[in-house]
Ligand binder design. Structure first.
Ligand SMILES: C[S@@+](CC[C@H](N)C(=O)[O-])C[C@H]1O[C@@H](n2cnc3c(N)ncnc32)[C@H](O)[C@@H]1O
Length: 238
């Protein structure tokens, strides 16, 4: 499997590109020669057609997240961390909703270079947000975190929420969106061995039991990506 991963040169043929990258990630899951973070950086640094592919895949996650955050946070001057900002698709939608104080982070410097050119973020930081004990941000630095398309079995893992609760002020929120299928306990679960759902349930239960966060809502989004369902979770930091 590792050889297949290392020889990957990008999408080919007629198969939708998002699917091809998805399959690429599936192969990555079996490659123990790289850490999960190295795999993500390698994948996204090499995905030079990311934005055009996402448009072709009818990606609505960015606009949906900005609309939801706008309803949750009427004050548009609040500081927002776009966690896993990538090329800045979410940032653009946040600006369209009136948000003015954006910071972004991502593991892919190549995607952050694209985001930088949009001149919408006050600061962009290239760092791992997936398996870190601590993000390179201060306690209570943000009023909100928005994270779209990143919380997944192979991307930013649920244990990251523990530090989100540190960098978001009490009273602030974190909102994340992803493909609904990752949260479904069914035989089609592609990465059961990675224990994503179990980790999610444990982290959320512990954070809620210790009164660090409270769930505001879980909402199904019918048309998230490639006409398939997404899910949005919003939490209040206590
Ligand atoms: C599907 S893209 C979504 C990007 C952006 N939020 C959007 O909606 O277009 C997933 C993003 O997560 C980032 N990512 C994956 N694993 C990460 C990690 N461990 N730490 C930080 N960013 C990560 C990738 O580099 C990529 O930019």
């Amino acid at each position: 499997m590792a050889a297949e991963v290392n020889s990957f040169k990008g999408p080919v043929g007629n198969q939708p590109r998002v699917d091809q990258y998805h399959n690429f990630l599936k192969n990555y899951a079996d490659d123990s020669t790289l850490t999960a973070e190295q795999k993500s950086a390698k994948l996204y640094d090499g995905w030079t057609t990311y934005e055009e592919d996402l448009v072709k895949a009818s990606y609505n996650g960015a606009s949906l997240s900005a609309m939801i955050l706008s309803k949750l946070c009427p004050d548009k001057t609040i500081s927002v961390l776009d966690c896993g900002a990538g090329s800045g698709l979410v940032g653009e939608q946040l600006v369209a909703q009136g948000f003015t104080n954006l910071i972004g982070n991502d593991i892919s410097q190549k995607l952050l270079d694209i985001a930088q050119k949009k001149n919408i973020y006050k600061k962009l930081v290239c760092c791992d947000a997936g398996n870190v004990v601590q993000l390179p941000f201060e306690q209570n630095e943000f009023d909100a975190i928005v994270c779209v398309g990143c919380v997944s079995p192979t991307g930013i893992r649920p244990k990251a929420f523990v530090d989100w609760a540190r960098v978001v002020k009490p009273g602030g929120v974190f909102l994340f969106l992803g493909r609904h299928r990752y949260w479904k306990k069914d035989p089609k679960n592609e990465w059961p061995e990675l224990g994503f759902l179990e980790e999610f349930n444990t982290v959320v239960r512990d954070l809620q039991n210790s009164k660090k966060v409270q769930m505001i809502f879980k909402r199904i989004l019918p048309d998230y990506l490639e006409k398939t369902e997404g899910v949005a979770f919003a939490f209040r930091v206590l």
